[in-house]
Design a protein around this ligand. Structure first.
Ligand code: WTA
Length: 662
């Protein structure tokens, strides 16, 4: 056996990894007793998170649990998120980079914003927003690609106490309109375009389409000119302002950060749920900011002198928490990359890590699976020795991908943190502490200190070690969502009704249900299995099957549709659509194209079906419910077991034949 294959064989067989000693020596958190300590001191343990921030007014109470599940944290406290991410670092780190931005075109003049520069531009843009009429508590929507003006706009809003609602730039015009309407948002910050795989992309036309279908009046739109000479021609309307001109008009302006109550809303983020309507997750200033700052410190091991790189898009929660708020609150250098990891070649991320001496890399399993497919020659062609820690988020990571990441990117010298959390939790919840815990590829790890995550059965009883069940969180935490925007009832229904005694006002009777399945390992680690509701996880993006189905049944000629997730080597899950046509329509390429276009219009290209299967019937139970499990098994080519209880068992062979022949 060659040395190389011996190494592979050893890694293959190994299922536990100790944190590398060189990492532990310098780690932010190394206290092995931290879990016991936090349990004993709960909820006061969370003062440790609040202490990482600067408060205008100290809080009176760590946790107010008098009205569950409407918990309040750090009540009476006042602070400003923009001040915490900028002003307080000026004295020591004013000339250090806050943001290192890398554009997609390799010829780009990449930009560095020092803390002083970022502070200045945030002040100027905050002054401009105020001049446009934005007041405290007005929701400002952002529909922007990965350009520095996005965090500038977020922090400018935070400065004046206007919550932001960032809509992922890859979402469709319709998705933008729905979110602006749901949030009653009258202001929008957007961009004329961005680069994708070398080509300029017209983002403004899509923005216009969205704006034209918003049901209320939008008072002002600010447009960042990202494309310069590559820009597309559009007439400007009177309420559409040029970002650079606005900032120039407010040159040197200073805006005093507004003292926000700890429980005041910092932002809204829309995410997919079981119904067709996206949910507006509300996060607050004190609890959220403490949570993302503490977890960046304890799990990502962020230090001010680091160059920390998270490859997510700020349009998702990962980018909010772990590109913008957590890292900047700690005064570190955070990287932003505009484009895709395969442009101009498959080593783009490794080139960025090498050029900037990145110290952490936080990415998604779907990206790691793509890197694996492309081959280890890409990371191996670069000096990645600046890396100290690796992280993953968004979906389960299979042990093979974990080990590939650990070996070929981390050179077996970096701990890997597999962090389970969701939009609603604000930040990480279940993960190993990199300076303390043994790592087990495939298993996220124990709950964080102070987090009471448990795997339960359908009756809410904790399962035995080795068994699978449902993941729950049995005590509140500072970063938790406070409600769904203007919909307290849906908030209780969606997250709390399943396992709580909803008549009780005793906090101990309330249990948060994230709608994930999980296995409790023998040693208490949690292996997250995936969503148990009708939500798909495609390349780490959450998509509601109902949203996709309703876009499909909107198409002329479609009678009924069922959407499920099928296994996919790189994406984790892929969208499979089973469609019944109306009489007189045949399921051909034309209809298939119209279905795909409708899904892209309603949601965006990320939701594009991998496969559209036309079928005369869908498998249904005797009571008429569509058997989605069966459709999933068909998509995956799995054994279907007993189908005789179906109302229409004959349909299964038909569908199987079609999928097989696809
Ligand atoms: C899934 C992304 C397994 C899970 C931060 C969750 C994971 C959903 C992991 C949230 C992980 C996230 N292991 N599954 N480490 N991290 N998930 O709201 O199903 O976009 O409910 O937040 O992603 O997706 P969201």
């Amino acid at each position: 056996m060659s040395d190389e294959s011996q190494l592979e064989a050893r890694l293959e067989a190994q299922d536990e990894f100790e944190p590398p000693a060189s990492f532990v020596e310098q780690a932010n958190v190394t206290d092995e007793a931290i879990r016991e300590r936090f349990e004993e001191e709960w909820p006061e343990c969370w003062e440790a998170a609040a202490e990482l921030l600067e408060w205008r007014e100290g809080y009176d109470q760590v946790l107010d649990d008098s009205n569950p599940p409407f918990y309040e944290w750090f009540t009476g406290g006042e602070l400003n998120a923009s001040e915490n991410c900028l002003d307080r670092h000026l004295a020591d780190r004013g000339d250090e980079p806050a943001i290192e931005w890398v554009g997609e075109p390799p010829s780009e003049d990449n930009r560095t914003y020092t803390y002083a520069e970022l502070h200045r531009e945030v002040n100027e843009f905050a002054a401009a927003l105020r001049d446009l009429g934005v007041e405290e508590d007005d929701v400002v929507t952002m529909y922007m690609p990965m350009i520095p003006e996005l965090p500038v706009a977020m922090l400018a809003c935070a400065r004046i106490g206007a919550p932001h609602s960032v809509v992922f730039a890859g979402f469709s015009a319709d998705a933008l309109a729905t979110r602006m309407e749901s949030a009653d948002s009258e202001y929008l910050v957007t961009a004329n375009g961005y680069y994708r795989r070398g080509d300029p992309l017209d983002h403004f036309e899509k923005t216009r389409d969205g704006l034209d279908s918003v049901g209320h009046e939008v008072s002002d739109v600010v447009v960042v000119d990202r494309l310069g000479d590559d820009g597309f021609d559009h007439d400007r309307r009177e309420n559409e302002h040029d970002y650079d001109a606005l900032v120039a008009d407010h040159e040197g302006a200073e805006v005093e950060p507004v003292a926000r109550d700890a429980e005041d809303m910092l932002f809204l983020m829309y995410t997919s749920g079981t119904t067709g309507q996206p949910k507006g997750v509300k996060h607050t200033t004190g609890g959220y900011l403490s949570w993302v700052t503490w977890t960046s410190h304890a799990v990502l091991d962020v230090k001010p002198e680091d160059t920390y790189f998270c490859s997510a898009d700020i349009g998702w929660i990962t980018g909010h928490s772990y590109i913008v708020y957590g890292p900047l609150a700690l005064g570190t250098t955070t990287m932003m990359y505009e484009g895709t990891p395969d442009y101009p070649d498959n080593d783009r991320l490794w080139e960025i890590v090498e050029d900037y001496d990145a110290t952490q890399l936080y990415t998604a399993p779907t990206a790691i699976r793509a890197f694996m497919k492309w081959g280890e020659q890409y990371p191996e062609a670069h000096d990645l020795s600046s890396l100290r820690l690796l992280g993953t988020v968004g979906e389960p990571i299979n042990p093979r991908a974990w080990k590939w990441y650990y070996k070929h990117v981390g050179n077996e010298e970096c701990p890997v943190v597999d962090t389970w959390w969701q939009t609603e939790t604000g930040g990480m919840m279940v993960t190993t502490l990199p300076g303390v815990d043994t790592m087990k590829p495939g298993s996220a790890g124990p709950p964080l200190p102070g987090v009471d995550a448990r795997v339960v059965d359908a009756a809410g009883e904790e399962v035995n070690a080795g068994d699978a069940g449902y993941l729950t969180v049995q005590n509140p935490w500072p970063g938790m969502l406070r409600t769904l925007y203007q919909n307290d009832e849906r908030f209780v229904q969606e997250y709390w009704a399943e396992y709580s005694d909803t008549d009780s006002d005793d906090s101990g009777d309330w249990v948060y249900f994230p709608e994930d399945g999980a296995k409790l390992d023998e040693d208490g680690y949690i292996t997250v299995l995936g969503r148990v509701d009708d939500v798909l996880n495609v390349s780490g993006h959450r998509l509601g099957t109902m949203e996709i189905e309703s876009a499909i049944v909107d198409v002329e000629g479609v009678a009924e549709a069922a959407v499920v997730g099928g296994d996919h080597e790189v994406k984790g899950e892929a969208v499979y659509a089973y469609v019944i046509t109306e009489d007189g329509y045949d399921g051909g390429d034309d209809l298939r194209d119209r279905i795909v276009a409708s899904v892209e219009d309603a949601i965006g290209p990320i939701a594009r079906p991998e496969s559209v299967v036309f079928t005369p019937e869908l498998p249904k139970t005797r009571s008429g419910k569509i058997m989605r499990r069966l459709l999933e098994d068909i998509a995956n080519g799995d054994d279907l077991g007993d189908t005789s209880t179906l109302r229409n068992p004959g349909v299964v062979d038909d569908i199987q034949a079609k999928v097989g022949g696809d």
